[in-house]
Write a protein that binds this ligand. Structure first.
Ligand SMILES: O=P(O)(O)OC[C@H]1O[C@H](O)[C@H](O)[C@@H](O)[C@@H]1O
Length: 284
């Protein structure tokens, strides 16, 4: 069985509410370096905008938010499984409320630690004891770290929805050459051309990615540094796919690309971690 005592004393949190406001759905953060919004459901970062910069994440209209239903945008956490390996799709972590254990702030940013442990609700879906921490460090960069202690192996993805000005102008490098194509029924494929330029629906699990994925636009470069990952997922439903999604508007698919740090082909062990750090650089 997993105990919850193991980290409770591992770092001392000093509560500083100066930059953080609690709302009905979660938390609004206003810091000299950025503005951000986090939902309690899923401990989901749905908005991050550097001061004088553009929003980093694409996000559906908040009016589409429904308690207990996956909300599209920002960085949903898919856990304890990815995709349709179980019901609900992408696991339950993104549709249940997490507890904010602590937050600390200074001039460099804000660090928040969220916790989710097994309950009657989760055991009815996944019959294992677990304790999960999602640590977010927001400042000049965005860093997310999932630490899971569970009685069972699991799969996971930090399912980032990045904004882009225009998908036609986006190039992605660092994905490696091998991928599983979900649009071809999970067929193993080899990349023939790099960098990746997305001009139709894409749903791929890259299975030997580099440590860094670079999303390059005309005026902005996003560097996504994965740690302890095995896979990187790239998803864009394109027009035909987004038309089937009630929370995406007509042209939204031209303004976003999902690049997800994941542990799918190499599941998380019973005590394991997955990290991502996102760095943005703008050119004027
Ligand atoms: O609509 P959702 O359940 O949030 O999933 C959105 C997408 O997530 C991932 O990227 C999967 O690879 C896709 O197959 C899935 O369609």
């Amino acid at each position: 069985m997993v105990g919850t005592y193991w980290y409770k004393n591992s770092w001392r949190a000093s509560i500083n509410t100066h930059y953080l406001t609690t709302t009905a759905l979660g938390f609004e953060l206003h810091h000299p370096l950025f503005d951000a919004t986090i939902l309690k459901q899923g401990a989901q970062l749905i908005h991050f905008q550097p001061k004088e910069g553009e929003p980093l994440f694409w996000c559906a209209d908040l009016s589409t938010f429904e308690k207990g239903k996956a909300f599209r945008g920002g960085i949903p956490l898919c856990w304890p499984w990815f995709g349709k390996a179980g019901i609900p799709s992408h696991g339950f972590a993104r549709i249940v409320e997490w507890t904010l254990l602590s937050h600390v702030a200074n001039e460099e940013g804000i660090k928040l630690v969220f916790e989710l442990s097994d309950s009657m609700t989760t055991r009815a879906i996944w019959p294992y004891a677990f304790n999960a921490h999602l640590t977010m460090v927001l400042g000049k960069e965005v860093a997310l770290s999932l630490h899971v202690k569970a009685d069972k192996e699991s799969t996971a993805a930090l399912h980032s929805y990045f904004t882009c000005k225009q998908i036609d102008d986006v190039n992605v490098t660092g994905l490696g050459l091998t991928y599983i194509d979900a649009l071809l029924g999970g067929k193993p494929c080899e990349e023939v051309k790099t960098p990746l330029h997305v001009n139709r629906a894409i749903d791929r699990i890259y299975t030997r990615p580099d440590a860094k994925t670079i999303l390059q636009e005309k005026e902005r470069t996003i560097t996504i540094t994965h740690e302890n990952h095995s896979d990187v997922v790239v998803w864009n439903p394109w027009l035909e796919g987004s038309e089937k999604l009630s929370d995406m508007n007509e042209n939204d698919y031209t303004k976003m690309l999902c690049i997800e740090s994941a542990r799918i082909t190499k599941p998380l062990k019973c005590d394991d971690r997955l990290h991502v750090t996102i760095h943005v650089e703008c050119r004027s």
